[in-house]
Design a protein around this ligand. Structure first.
Ligand SMILES: C[C@H](O)[C@H](O)[C@@H](O)C(=O)CO
Ligand code: MN
Length: 419
């Protein structure tokens, strides 16, 4: 697309939005402050570098076998750098504990230390992408159905030590980057079929978390967030860390709650949860995903669920308290493409929400003018928000419109297809 055309379309869009009382430049500025936490695990189908040939367990599954996955830390870094070149704004990278730089040695989960992530911290400094972190309880011989909530004290101790170390690693990331690292805690524990000892396992999970959390670490460095789930593959009947469990836990302990779009009943969205949770927890962490009939972790696209979620984030007036992270892993398509589409779609949804004349809509709402509210909400769908996004990309020196597709094809033919 020609620069002149992009600017012309932007000028027309700006005028249209101004007529609704919307300041387009302000919306762009706010969008530019939205740092999306990019999940490292789309690049390699959640294999990691601890035991890359091992089985992916914990009730999650990456389906497909598209060539070109990242096999080494360097490949992963290169892929993420390519992604960062193709999207506007400054973003974060979310690492799982199995992605450490273990120097070819096997380092078990109860042995990991900040030093195993120092090369990542150096990379983050160099690229300007801050880090978030995730403890990894799955894909390990000691995590069958249960880890932190196991009846076996040895198993629990092993995972408590893992969690303790992950918190310290995340805190060190936060310290070095001068910005708190969000440490996400997702524990897959659960069972395939009707489970009788539900409360016992939940007591154990609570006990394990409580014990590890006695180590106080400043939220200047570390923000712990707990992620619930309704069911997984092989844990269809019972997941210890359910929504009620972690909502209760986060509220009681004043911690962050992670809402993953794929972790609820198939037709239940997470958008409407934002305004409630912000009243009871200090901040909310999101795992933006796309469940297709189940928690299938499809690439995020610009659909109604994403738009509603973005609207609720913006309308809450507390954008700075909602951390947007991505969580999907599609192994059936070009993985760089999967990242770029998901990130750009998330930004487009956020931009549409930021371009909403919310106060005007609220005025109608207050007066019970619900036809007008509905009509404007419909009209907004056809407003030229994409011209604004194109202009934002131009401003930031990244591909405009569909230009990123060619870039990805080029990277595929020159880099990923040769792996
Ligand atoms: C790999 C991630 O930690 C994982 O996807 C988790 O966040 C999740 O959502 C499990 O379903
Ligand atoms: Mn998740």
């Amino acid at each position: 697309m020609k620069e002149e055309q992009i600017k012309k379309e932007f000028a027309a869009a700006k005028e249209k939005y101004a007529a609704l009382g919307v300041d387009v430049e302000k919306a762009i500025e706010k969008l530019n402050n939205v740092s999306i936490s990019i999940h490292c695990w789309q690049s390699d189908d959640v294999s990691g570098f601890e035991n890359p040939e091992g089985e992916l367990t914990g009730g999650i599954q990456a389906t497909g076998n598209y060539p070109g996955k990242a096999n080494t830390i360097d490949e992963l870094k290169n892929d993420i750098e390519k992604v960062l070149e193709l999207i506007p704004g400054k973003h974060r990278l979310s690492l799982h504990a199995i992605y450490g730089d273990f120097g070819g040695e096997f380092v078990d989960r109860d042995q990991i230390e900040p030093k195993h992530f120092q090369t990542w911290m150096d990379w983050a400094k160099k690229t300007g992408a801050k880090l978030d972190f995730n403890s990894t309880f799955f894909s390990h011989p000691k995590s069958g159905n249960y880890s932190l909530s196991s009846f076996d004290p040895e198993i629990r101790n092993f995972w408590k030590e893992h969690l303790r170390r992950c918190r310290r690693i995340a805190a060190e990331m936060g310290r070095q980057q001068g910005d708190a690292c969000i440490h996400n805690i997702w524990v897959h524990d659960g069972e395939k079929d009707k489970t009788v000892s539900r409360i016992q396992h939940r007591e154990l999970l609570k006990e394990s978390l409580d014990e590890v959390m006695t180590e106080k670490i400043s939220t200047d460095y570390l923000k712990d967030s707990v992620e619930c789930k309704l069911f997984g593959i092989g844990s269809e009947s019972y997941v210890v860390g359910s929504h009620e469990f972690y909502m209760g836990y986060a509220v009681k302990n004043n911690m962050l709650l992670t809402l993953d779009a794929g972790h609820f009943h198939p037709t239940e969205g997470i958008a409407d949860k934002i305004s409630s949770m912000l009243l009871f927890v200090p901040e909310v962490n999101l795992h933006v995903s796309r469940p297709e009939r189940w928690d299938s972790d499809h690439v995020v696209i610009l659909n109604d669920a994403l738009l509603e979620l973005s609207q609720e984030i913006v309308r809450s007036g507390q954008m700075e308290k909602v951390h947007i992270g991505l969580d999907y892993f599609d192994a059936s398509i070009n993985r760089i493409g999967a990242y770029v589409v998901g990130i750009r779609s998330t930004q487009k949804a956020m931009l549409q929400a930021l371009l909403e004349p919310t106060e005007k809509l609220r005025e109608y709402e207050k007066r019970d003018n619900n036809f007008q509210r509905m009509a404007y909400l419909e009209e907004l769908k056809a407003m030229p928000w994409n011209a604004v996004y194109n202009y934002y990309c131009l401003q930031q020196g990244v591909p405009v419109g569909d230009e990123y597709i060619q870039e990805i094809e080029k990277y595929e033919s020159e880099v990923t297809s040769k792996r």
